[in-house]
Design a protein around this ligand. Structure first.
Ligand SMILES: [Zn+2]
Length: 67
């Protein structure tokens, strides 16, 4: 099992998957991104999920605290 060094990475994967499946549609232009290109980054204390609309470049972010 590979690890990226983040405790609870499985839960984080679940969170990202949830965004990928429930938040495909851009609230700004209505574009539906079937690729659901959410990216995640972390500083070890928080995880930030970010999506940039390929149609209008609007970005969305969701931040979670770890632990
Ligand atoms: Zn958009």
């Amino acid at each position: 099992m590979a690890t990226n060094g983040i405790a609870g990475s499985t839960a984080l994967d679940r969170l990202r998957r949830r965004y990928e499946t429930t938040q495909k549609k851009c609230p700004a232009c209505g574009y539906v991104d079937h690729g659901a290109n959410w990216t995640s980054r972390t500083d070890g204390r928080r995880v930030v999920y970010r999506h940039v609309c390929p149609s209008c470049d609007a970005s969305r972010e969701h931040t979670f605290r770890l632990g």
